[in-house]
Design a protein around this ligand. Structure first.
Ligand code: PMP
Length: 374
């Protein structure tokens, strides 16, 4: 099997992540924060260690401002629905995933919130900022945008957007599903108010947890109520993060996996992984463009995700043919219909290949041969 679907979830996971999860399950997986016995205390300590590792990795003020969620989608729902009130307006980029678009449509259907999209494809930073500025209304409360697209290699100038938002009194919510672990992130320096991330993609944890990192002045309303392990007599959720937002049992094995994934990145230098993924992008682009009829979308920016189509062949058919040859890619619409419109792909979408730290040039040679054989 050749795995080129790392934007969906990275595979394989580092051995040290697998070993850490196994150790958790076999040696200490009590319910964190729900008892004073050793198995609960060790689990709680590991969860705190993960908050600490993530807060220093992401430039977050305090470990308590890392909130664990089920995935990026839940983190975005918490940030969006916990911030916005009836009558608010927000701006989103034209590359947003359904994890941003659908919560906003739901709020829109309830007549609560309106939104507009701003263009980014093919635009320099200044033009992106002008596009945002032109769309601001008196009711505009926030900008919500992805850091890196999930369907192509375009990244957004989040630090510049952060500085702009704060000059205008707007909040900035960032979807880091495709950037956490690949691009440098520092909430404080980039003036990000809330950042949603998955544990299972380029931070190399396992599926089962994500996180919302809160900037200094961002405290959304909680979305869920229930047990938190503290202040049980109260009828309301605790007032402080993280307990205010984490109702119910946390996925300790997934959080332990995420902790080990972050540690592995810190020790193995994310910069060098990102550099290698860019080299793979360039090499893949060269190989694909040597095949007649292949079109690569947004080819100029290098990144961990490459989108292409072959003239006259539906993307899903290419995905299936590659799968039959043991090559895992994703074809179709990738949960981001707005982004497909912006890139002008055909209605049935396009084929996405996405790189991870274990891919090599040999994988790209195999892809090239398989595509030429069709
Ligand atoms: N946003 C983007 C840009 C994504 O690529 C994804 C995952 N495909 C998500 C949000 C949702 O992530 P998760 O599956 O962790 O909820």
């Amino acid at each position: 099997m050749i795995y080129l679907d790392n934007a969906a979830t990275t595979f394989p996971k580092p051995n040290r992540v697998i070993r850490a999860v196994e150790k958790c399950l076999s040696e200490y997986c009590g319910n964190p924060g729900r008892g004073s016995h050793p198995l609960s205390l060790i689990a709680a300590e590991q969860i705190y260690n993960c908050r600490e590792a993530l807060s220093s990795f992401l430039g977050v003020e305090a470990p308590e401002r890392i909130l664990f969620t089920q995935n990026t989608t839940h983190a975005l729902n918490l940030a969006i629905k916990g911030l916005l009130k009836r009558g608010d307006h927000v701006l989103i980029s034209e590359l947003e995933h359904n994890a941003v678009r659908r919560p906003l449509y739901r709020l829109g259907a309830e007549n609560a919130v309106t939104f507009d999209t701003f263009p980014v494809v093919g635009l320099p930073e200044e033009a992106i900022l002008q596009g945002i500025a032109r769309r601001i209304r008196p009711q505009t409360k926030a900008v919500i945008c992805t850091h890196a697209s999930n369907i192509c290699s375009i990244t957004l100038p989040v630090a510049a957007i952060g500085a702009f938002c704060h000059r205008c009194g707007l909040k900035l919510i960032v979807d880091a599903a495709q950037s956490a672990g690949i691009l440098p992130i520092h909430l404080k320096k980039m003036q990000i108010d809330a950042l949603a991330l998955p544990g299972h993609k380029s931070l190399y944890g396992i599926q089962g947890c994500g996180a919302l990192a809160l900037g200094e002045h961002f405290l959304p309303s909680p979305l869920w109520e229930g047990g938190s392990g503290v202040d049980s007599r109260s009828e309301e959720m605790p007032t402080e993060p993280p307990e205010r937002y984490e109702a119910g049992t946390l996925p300790t094995p997934a959080i332990v996996g995420l902790l080990e994934g972050v540690r592995s990145l810190q020790e193995e230098a994310p910069d060098s992984i990102a550099k290698r993924e860019k080299e793979l992008f360039v090499a893949a682009k060269e190989r694909l463009l040597s095949i007649p009829g292949i079109h690569v979308y947004a080819p100029r920016q290098e990144g961990a995700v490459l989108l292409f189509n072959k003239q006259g062949v539906p993307s899903v058919a290419i995905g299936k043919q590659l799968a039959d040859r043991g090559i895992c890619v994703r074809a179709g619409l990738h949960c981001a219909p707005l982004a497909h419109q912006a890139l002008k792909t055909p209605p049935d979408g396009a084929v996405r290949i996405s790189f991870g730290r274990y891919n090599s040039l040999a994988d790209l040679d195999a892809l090239w041969k398989a595509l030429r054989a069709e």
